[in-house]
Design a protein around this ligand. Structure first.
Ligand code: B3K
Ligand code: ZN
Length: 880
């Protein structure tokens, strides 16, 4: 692919806002589509034959087909008769045909240049192979069509290509026929019996190796499973295959949902805007979420693959069989499917640790989004570019909304609700409202007020205060939402609050971690509400928001000692971990204040001794201990600092971590050595031990043995988890061995693209003060690429999203760096450029000087440059 293309050069007319309230059903339906792809060299000729019927026979509305500026219209005919130039009007985004009949067949031939398509949307080439990405609106770049999800058709596809260059020819559904053609060409015909929207169409033609397996469904049908990847990568597909089989079994056991075609294909491609795509029967994946071997992939990669393979598989029912009426309903399929993949992963590994990981992702990515200029409801009301709404809010907050319904209804009623949802809507394009109605039909829970979660932007803050009344405790809860630093008005949300009481006396005696009353589910429905807990006594601590029962900020009046009681004795892993995180956060924030006023600072002794106790704990799950022993991250703490002072915050956190490391050097080292010797083949156990060990390594890196221990682990590690953990810490250090290790790693792995992504990322998140100049020079590295989204994100997003202190450098150079990159990438790939913009939108949280710098940069970008709709929409919002 070439980089000199300007993918926005055409944007003479920019798109305007589309509103949910303006939705109208499609004027035509298309029931059958036949597509012929003639692939030669780098070109593609596409013949589309579609059968249209007018939805409302009395309507005289002209037929307006969606199209794109990158294809050439070769010919167009209706019922076999070519259209004359006066019969239609064509512009950059549509083709309008006047005087259409109530029922007709349209034949359109278009010519595409997939090798020039760096937008990675529609039909494009990646590593020499043809592939597609049609969600949300990519199909319109292949042919003129009613490219909207409420138009569902049956597709038949024939692909013709050189057999030597493109031996594998795939599309959706089942393979019907394949055969030879003259001149070394061959063909394949695919038929998908399930009506689907155009966004689920897919086609692949390429030179690919294949890993095959088989799955027998619960009704005894045999399904052929294939994972296609480049020849050199095919040995790394076993984990993905196992994850696929586990997903298929899990959906049968959990929801009674069975796979419906004879074949399930997955293709791994190196250039992909997102993680993966759930096209019916032919998933296309970013290689990052398929390929794994212990030498090249971390435990985190293994878990991500399991999660994404599951996610795309689960879409077959939640997304494909039942799809969205329009794109405002995106969370109908995404929130629900994220909830399903989270539950699947929880059943495969440690449920407690998975929940903590999911909460961390939500707080790190969704909470900032919901508090800033890009805040939007789970079901947005308007958009310019729908691709900008594949957001943490639609996905992760959307999943929390489903999870709350699961808590409100209980597992059994929720399952009944899912059954009703499929009974009512299989084969349809529906709304979030339809989903909630199915849940209501399955239970006697009134979800009228709960629905507001779909339309209210911003993260609610729950403030808890306590009062004693004899042996009763009165708990008052207030809810409020702030966006861009200002409180908004909203109709109160229905928030499920899971709460229990932990007995201080028992915990002080160390007798038992049991609580004296079973947890209760409170329904907060007012702006302010008081709940009475009869007879719980004075000697109790409230264990609030167990399992993180709602996506909210938690603000309570618990003191450090009470939090330490929860951290040590609560049985709920979320509350336990959150109690320690809250203390850690308060300590770091106080340390930051003291640093600023040059005062001495000491954390409370009881906090340190809790740490010491945890290090000597041999009974608790090591992965969970790793969580407990990790200080809250800078981004998390930063959300509680006003204005955000990233460098002070960074220094304060380093100070607290150094104190812990030096104080408990010996027990940490002993534990590290003990874990290093641990030998166990069970994967989740092994993972947990590595997670714990590498958390301890983070502390040891700060001590006198730091360089020695990091270099030993780096040199001797047998797997990527340990290797990259050591390299990451070295990369942040001033140790002599740092450069040697980085150079060695590069030499060792320069032929493994996904590993080289990690090499870029560890340098981008470095805590060194020279990180900005390192990142700038890496932009010129011969292995850097603006065209490959994985490589771009490995360097640019790792720096701008994850390296808070580095990105917010006082000079403002971090902002300039990001603005330059956004501009450059926008000319190549607008969707991916838009995904880089968010960090610039956080200026309201910063001091005045930084605010001015970002504002003037945003202003310049908007005024002086031609931008894609994708980037323009986000910059305009960010400036507001
Ligand atoms: N549905 C796709 C995402 C499509 C992205 C379009 N810009 C992947 C997923 O959520 O499963
Ligand atoms: Zn999805």
């Amino acid at each position: 692919m070439t980089e000199q293309l300007d993918q926005n050069a055409h944007t003479a007319n920019s798109k305007t806002e589309i509103y949910l309230k303006d939705y109208k059903p499609a004027p035509y339906q298309i029931d059958e589509v036949s597509l012929l792809f003639e692939l030669s060299g780098d070109d593609a000729l596409v013949t589309a034959l579609s059968h249209f019927t007018r939805s409302d026979a009395a309507s005289t509305e002209p037929l307006c087909l969606d199209g794109g500026p990158f294809m050439e219209l070769v010919s167009i005919e209706i019922d076999g008769i070519p259209l004359k130039p006066d019969d239609y009007v064509k512009n950059e985004t549509s083709l309008i045909i006047h005087d259409t009949a109530a029922d007709f067949t349209l034949k359109i031939v278009t010519k595409l240049k997939p090798a020039e398509n760096t937008r990675l949307e529609g039909l494009y080439k990646s590593s020499g192979n043809f592939c597609t990405q049609c969600e949300a609106e990519g199909f319109r770049h292949i042919t003129y069509f009613l490219d909207r999800p409420d138009v569902m058709a049956k597709y038949k596809v024939r692909i013709e290509a050189s057999k030597a260059d493109y031996p594998v020819l795939l599309s959706n559904g089942n393979l019907i026929k394949k055969g030879q053609m003259p001149n070394g060409f061959h063909f394949a015909e695919w038929d998908d019996p399930f009506p689907k929207p155009s966004y689920l169409f897919a086609m692949v033609a390429g030179k690919l190796a294949c890993l095959s397996d088989e799955f027998t469904t619960m009704s005894g049908r045999s399904v052929e499973l294939n994972i296609y990847a480049a020849e050199e990568d095919i040995s790394k597909c076993d984990h993905a295959m196992q994850s696929l089989k586990n997903s298929m079994r899990w959906d049968e056991e959990t929801y009674g949902l069975e796979y419906d075609l004879d074949i399930y294909n997955i293709v791994a491609v190196a250039d992909f805007n997102m993680g993966a795509m759930e096209n019916k029967g032919l998933n296309i994946f970013n290689t990052k979420y398929v390929l794994a071997s212990p030498e090249t992939a971390t435990d985190q990669d293994y878990n991500n693959i399991e999660g994404v393979i599951g996610h795309e598989y689960f879409h077959n029912w939640t997304g494909n069989r039942v799809t969205c009426r329009e794109w405002f309903q995106l969370s109908l399929k995404e929130g629900l499917t994220v909830f399903r993949d989270q539950e699947f992963s929880s059943d495969m590994q440690s449920r407690a640790v998975k929940r903590l990981d999911d909460v961390r992702v939500l707080r790190m990515h969704q909470f900032p989004e919901d508090a800033g200029p890009l805040a939007h409801p789970v079901r947005p009301e308007k958009y310019i570019e729908i691709n900008n709404f594949y957001s943490a809010t639609v996905y992760n907050k959307g999943a929390e909304v489903i999870r709350m319904m699961h808590s409100l209804l209980g597992a059994e009623a929720f399952r009944r609700g899912m059954d009703i949802y499929f009974e009512r809507h299989d084969g349809q394009a529906v709304t979030c409202e339809d989903f909630v109605c199915a849940m209501e039909a399955a239970s006697d829970i009134d979800l009228r007020q709960f629905r507001r979660w779909y339309s209210t932007a911003g993260t609610p803050k729950l403030s808890f205060t306590r009062e004693c009344d004899g042996d009763d405790v009165l708990l008052t809860v207030e809810q409020s939402i702030s966006i861009n630093g200002a409180e908004i008005e909203y109709d109160p949300l229905h928030v499920p609050i899971k709460i229990a009481w932990v007995d201080k006396a028992r915990s002080v005696n160390g007798e038992s971690s049991e609580n004296n009353a079973p947890p209760t589910l409170l329904h907060l429905t007012d702006a302010k509400q008081t709940f009475r807990f009869e007879g719980v006594g004075k000697n109790v601590v409230p264990s609030i928001m167990r399992e993180f029962s709602a996506p909210v900020h938690i603000d309570h009046d618990l003191d450090t000692e009470e939090l330490l009681t929860l951290a040590s004795f609560d049985i709920d892993p979320f509350v336990r971990s959150d109690a320690l995180q809250t203390i850690g956060r308060n300590i770091i924030l106080t340390a930051a204040q003291k640093l600023e006023s040059n005062e001495e600072f000491h954390a409370p002794e009881s906090y340190y001794s809790t740490f010491e106790r945890l290090i000597s704990d041999d009974d608790t799950d090591p992965a969970f201990l790793a969580e407990l022993l990790t200080l809250p991250g800078e981004i998390d703490v930063g959300q509680h600092m006003q204005p955000l002072r990233p460098q002070t915050l960074h220094k304060a956190r380093e100070f607290v971590a150094d104190q812990i490391a030096n104080r408990y050097f010996e027990p940490i080292l002993d534990k590290y050595n003990e874990l290093q010797a641990f030998d166990e083949c069970n994967r989740p156990k092994q993972q947990g031990v590595r997670r714990y060990k590498n958390t301890l390594l983070g502390y040891l890196a700060r001590t006198s043995v730091g360089e020695d221990i990091l270099s030993k682990q780096f040199d001797n590690s047998q797997n990527m988890t340990d290797e990259i953990a050591a390299l990451g810490l070295l990369s942040s250090s001033d140790f002599d061995y740092r450069n040697t290790a980085l150079a060695q790693f590069f030499e060792r792995w320069k032929h493994e693209a996904l590993v080289i992504d990690k090499w870029f990322a560890v340098q981008a998140v470095s805590k060194r003060s020279d990180v900005l100049s390192t990142v700038r020079s890496l932009l010129k590295h011969q292995h850097f690429s603006f065209v490959n989204p994985n490589r771009l994100r490995a360097l640019v997003s790792s720096f701008s999203v994850l390296n808070q202190a580095g990105f917010h450098d006082e000079s403002g150079a971090g902002y300039e760096f990001l603005a330059d990159v956004v501009l450059k990438v926008d000319r190549i790939n607008p969707q991916t450029a838009a995904r880089l913009v968010a960090p610039l939108g956080q200026w309201k949280r910063l001091d005045h000087a930084r605010q001015l710098k970002i504002q003037s940069l945003l202003d310049d970008l908007l005024k002086k440059h031609s931008l894609s709709d994708d980037v323009r929409e986000l910059l305009e919002k960010s400036l507001n």
